[in-house]
Ligand binder design. Structure first.
Ligand SMILES: Nc1ncnc2c1ncn2[C@@H]1O[C@H](COP(=O)(O)OP(=O)(O)OP(=O)(O)O)[C@@H](O)[C@H]1O
Ligand SMILES: O=P(O)(O)OC[C@H]1O[C@H](OP(=O)(O)OP(=O)(O)O)[C@H](O)[C@@H]1O
Length: 236
């Protein structure tokens, strides 16, 4: 009856997750050997903590290889088309905020909305004989937003593995879909967010693998969620 909880092993979310858990009386007893990726929660038997990268947590959770995970909502939704039912969010933690946005070069003066972009996409194809290209690592969110929500079909996604905001200047794509927090990176690269171009407002979340969980201690999961939610509302 062990609950397997995955938390970020590195990166921007790790320290804040550990702090939030501690504030919720769920202190992770860090292993003496800091290369070890296993830990426990002080005073709470039955929870096995593993450290994984934020994107791996989304994957492992949806595959049912962990029961609970703390990661960004953007990664949950990007990894699983059925995220809402497969990996439902139990608690929003109030940090790790980042918006997934559509951004175009500032010099595209007549493009302010997704409808403008749709017009440009059609015109662009006629004029240049190719589709508009979008640099992103958020393939699924981009397709859902462009094709699903806005009926835009004339584009091509170019996979970006980093420094996405540099793609338009480098000539490897026409526009981008990426996350932004302060907006500094977009500004530095002369990009602007479309007025209706916010795809998702993401933050760090506790999510659960939704299954029958016959082997898992649901009371323990409820206890973890209650402690976290109490500390999030105390903070708010
Ligand atoms: N300014 C920001 N830049 C990037 N990610 C941010 C930012 N603010 C919050 N996040 C969130 O942090 C998470 C990504 O964290 P991180 O880059 O450590 O994960 P990762 O994708 O697993 O790492 P890696 O790219 O090494 O595999 C996402 O959920 C993202 O929304
Ligand atoms: O809106 P801002 O506050 O400028 O933040 C957004 C930027 O921060 C992240 O990149 P980072 O340089 O952290 O590296 P990463 O691509 O490895 O995440 C992210 O990918 C954006 O590029």
């Amino acid at each position: 009856m062990t609950v397997r909880l995955a938390i970020p092993s590195k990166g921007r979310l790790r320290d804040e997750v550990l702090e939030r858990l501690e504030a919720a009386n769920l202190r992770v007893e860090l292993p003496e050997d800091d290369r070890s990726y296993r830990a426990r929660i002080a005073g709470l038997d039955g929870v096995e903590v593993s450290f994984l990268s934020a994107s791996e947590i989304a994957r492992e959770l949806g595959a049912g290889r962990v029961d609970l995970g703390v990661t960004g909502e953007d990664l949950l939704r990007e990894t699983w088309a059925d995220a809402e039912t497969r990996v439902p969010i139990l608690s929003r933690l109030g940090f790790g905020r980042a918006d997934v946005v559509v951004a175009v070069p500032e010099i595209w003066l007549d493009v302010e909305t997704m409808a403008d972009l749709d017009d440009v996409a059609a015109e662009f194809r006629q004029r240049h004989g190719r589709r508009l290209t979008i640099a992103t690592k958020y393939w699924r969110l981009t397709q859902q937003f462009f094709s699903g929500s806005h009926g835009i079909q004339v584009y091509r996604i170019v996979e970006s593995l980093g420094a996405t905001e540099g793609a338009p200047t480098a000539g490897s794509a026409d526009l981008i879909v990426d996350i932004t927090t302060t907006g500094a990176t977009l500004r530095a690269n002369h990009l602007k967010i479309l007025s209706d171009g916010v795809i998702l407002r993401s933050e760090a979340c506790l999510a659960v693998f939704a299954s029958e969980r016959s082997e898992v201690d649901d009371a323990l999961i409820r206890e973890i969620v209650e402690r976290l939610n109490e500390s999030v509302s105390a903070e708010a």
